[in-house]
Design a protein around this ligand. Structure first.
Ligand code: NAD
Length: 404
């Protein structure tokens, strides 16, 4: 007995916001996450260019959680939404335990979607978690060094990024920016390092503002990225990336940024899901047909104004998490709850450290340094909400956070 038990699965933008916002709720809360820290998914590609900045893309969870929230380090391995029972594998012991929730929030995020393309999942690196940036960097360096030593053929100097959406574009710009560092570190001529960005649709960033797409494409071409559009990657072999039009690119490093789907757990739990594995939710983010179960962030398909699900972005996840914290607090107090309403502020895409593009809510376009500053500003704003000025100063000042 005692106060109701709220269980939150995942401490990404959505789950962390729910946990932070439940301080005044008459409940005891368990936040289940595999790691003791929260990372900024929007910055995961940055350590590719700036390997020492790991402490800038993550922060420890515990100092920012209210007293009624307990952090349990473990991985959810199964969800029974009808009975609100979750199975969790404890990180320290490996033992599996069951948790019974009165209210359950599933915010387990997304994973790469490989579309069943032959060889892709086995061969490609992805931008997925804190280890991704350093792994991409070290793989590229390793291949370049072997090429320089004559242990690898021309494929050793070629990087192919599959998927010219937001992640692919940001990553390509980041890699191009460190071309000279990579060259110096490995003894390969800068001009010999080839970065390809392959996009299936007729343009990069399909669906995004056309003038800004042109700006991005020109930027990437200017910094030496070879942009191929209108042709999907059809197959990946140990030495090649094969395009649907028959072209074969010899490639040592293959990075897949071709899209995401909700974490498998959502589909396995038996939620009604869309074709990207996201659970269909009601206006208050409740799972369809499951009492007391809610979904937020990339795990949820919430219809936008055009009827299509909102995109799996940090902005949406954060707003849904903050909404759920308020809504669940009200619910636990027996008060009525309003539906979730997104307030989309726009999209900002970084192009390395000094450039970028942004499309703001009113249709206003920003390019260049101003857009890059805007992207940093969204992080400052986020940090400010979590830990006020001291946290902004600490992260942006580069002083190391508590060890992860
Ligand atoms: P995405 O789905 O936006 O882009 C994937 C791209 O890969 C698409 O353009 C698609 O046409 C292409 N593609 C698919 N199959 C392909 C194939 N076989 N060959 C070549 N290309 C192929 O995925 P993402 O870029 O990882 O972004 C995921 C979500 O995260 C998006 O909703 C995005 O809004 C968000 N995001 C936002 C930012 C930002 O705002 N700065 C940055 C990163 C991600």
């Amino acid at each position: 007995y005692g106060p109701p038990h709220v269980v939150i699965l995942g401490a990404g933008y959505a789950g962390f916001a729910v946990a932070r916002g439940l301080g005044a709720a008459p409940a005891r809360v368990t936040l289940v996450n595999p790691y003791s820290y929260h990372y900024f998914t929007t910055l995961l590609h940055e350590p590719v260019a700036r390997p020492r900045q790991r402490e800038r893309v993550a922060l420890p969870l515990a100092p920012y959680l209210p007293p009624n929230v307990r952090l349990w380090l473990g991985r959810a391995t199964a969800i029974d939404p009808r009975r609100r029972v979750v199975e969790v594998e404890d990180r320290a012991t490996g033992a599996r335990r069951r948790l019974q929730a009165d209210l359950l929030v599933v915010a387990v995020g997304s994973e790469p979607l490989f579309f069943g393309i032959a060889g892709l999942e086995e061969r490609a690196l992805t931008v997925r978690d804190l280890s991704s940036g350093p792994l991409i960097r070290s793989t590229v360096e390793h291949h370049l060094a072997r090429y320089a030593a004559g242990e690898m053929g021309p494929e050793g100097r070629r990087i192919v990024i599959g998927g010219g959406g937001y992640t692919g574009v940001e990553l390509a710009a980041e890699l191009a920016e460190v071309r000279h560092d990579l060259a110096r570190a490995t003894g390969v001529a800068p001009g010999a390092i080839e970065i390809y960005l392959v996009e299936a649709a007729p343009t990069l960033l399909p669906g995004f503002d056309p003038p800004l797409v042109r700006y991005v494409t020109r930027f990437l071409e200017r910094v030496g990225v070879r942009v191929i559009t209108g042709t999907p990657i059809a197959e990946v072999t140990p030495r090649h990336v094969i395009l649907a039009d028959g072209r074969r690119l010899e490639a040592g490093t293959v990075i897949w940024t071709g899209g995401v789907r909700a974490h498998r757990l959502v589909e396995q739990a038996g939620f009604e899901v869309d074709k990207r594995g996201r659970a269909l939710v009601e206006r208050d983010l409740a799972a369809r047909g499951c009492e007391g179960v809610y979904l937020a962030g990339d795990a949820a398909a919430f219809p936008g104004d055009d009827g299509r699900p909102l995109p799996p972005t940090a902005q949406v996840a954060l707003q849904q998490g903050e909404y759920l914290a308020r809504a669940l607090t009200r619910r636990l107090r027996g008060q009525p709850v309003e539906p979730f309403r997104p307030h989309l502020l726009g999209t900002v895409i970084s192009l390395g450290r000094r450039d970028g593009v942004g499309l703001l809510r009113n249709g206003y376009r920003v390019t260049g340094r101003a857009a890059r500053v805007l992207k940093s500003a969204t992080l400052w704003r986020y940090l400010y909400r979590i830990g006020g000025v001291p946290l902004v100063a600490r992260v942006m000042g580069g002083a190391s956070l508590q060890p992860l």
